[in-house]
Design a protein around this ligand. Structure first.
Ligand code: ZN
Length: 262
């Protein structure tokens, strides 16, 4: 099992990240992608990935950080680290009024520029981990203005419905689901998940947030809990957990381009 999206750095876990990683391994999690939220965090996730052969990292700035200025040009160098498997997370969040969407758009556009510049000099074409909350049309609009291939997009923590997921799947993009899909008040998200082919489907925790059922309310969430997301989605599809894991792990390994340690 792979947790394709978790936040592991800083002081998010009172008992320390090593205990969090150990509990994940004990639960059968064989790989974790530590997602960065700004430039210093891109360095921090890189250090963590350098220290653990079952952790990989990313380089990007989260839209919630759009109220501050960022040296996004630094991402180009960060992304050349061999443990870095994606750009992001980046995107737009329309849930809160602050930071304003216009600032978020500028931050996303500036990161897409960095990605395109790296592409143009022949860098590894890393996938893009996209945060889209109540802003899918705007995110798709900005992505559509770039030549970046749709099969490099990962729509993480998908929280829209069936109509929206069809648009994303048409692009050839990947979709990943968090604990939100297990919530009783998210029937639309679960219905969307049914439409995603296994080779475009991944699971994640988005730890320390969004603890899945039946543990909803426990904080912080942790990568060990990705099993509950996987179990929920496997059951909806009438699949065994083992078959579901094998398929979604294969998707994650292909999209991020890593192989699991033995
Ligand atoms: Zn995240």
């Amino acid at each position: 099992m792979i947790d394709s999206h978790c936040h592991l750095t800083g002081d998010r876990y009172a008992d320390g990240v090593d205990a969090v990683l150990d509990r994940a391994r004990a639960a059968g999690v064989r790989g974790m992608v530590a997602i960065a939220v700004d430039i210093p965090d891109s360095l921090a996730t890189q250090a963590l990935a350098g220290a653990h052969d079952d952790v990989w990292c990313t380089a990007g700035v989260h839209p919630s950080e759009a109220g501050r200025d960022h040296d996004v040009a630094a991402l180009a160098d960060l992304a050349t680290n061999p443990r870095c498997v994606a750009w992001g997370e980046m995107g737009l969040d329309g849930h809160w009024p602050d930071p304003p969407l216009e600032r978020q758009k500028l931050l996303l556009e500036s990161q897409l520029e960095v990605v395109m510049a790296a592409d143009s000099v022949g860098a590894r074409p890393l996938p893009l981990v996209l945060h889209s909350r109540k802003a899918l049309a705007e995110v798709l609009g900005l992505l559509g203005e770039t030549p970046i291939a749709g099969d490099r997009f990962i729509f993480h923590c998908f929280t829209d419905g069936p109509d929206e997921v069809k648009k994303v799947l048409q692009l050839g993009s990947c979709v990943s689901f968090t604990g939100v899909v297990t919530y009783r008040n998210a029937a639309d998200v679960a219905a969307a998940s049914d439409l995603v082919p296994l080779d475009q489907l991944m699971v994640e925790t988005d730890s320390p947030y969004l603890t899945p059922e039946p543990l909803r309310g426990q904080r912080p969430n942790q990568p060990a809990n990705v099993v509950h997301v996987a179990r929920f989605l496997a059951a909806r599809r009438g699949m065994s957990l083992a078959d579901f894991d094998a398929a979604t792990d294969a998707t994650a390994r292909r999209v991020f381009g890593f192989s699991l340690p033995h």
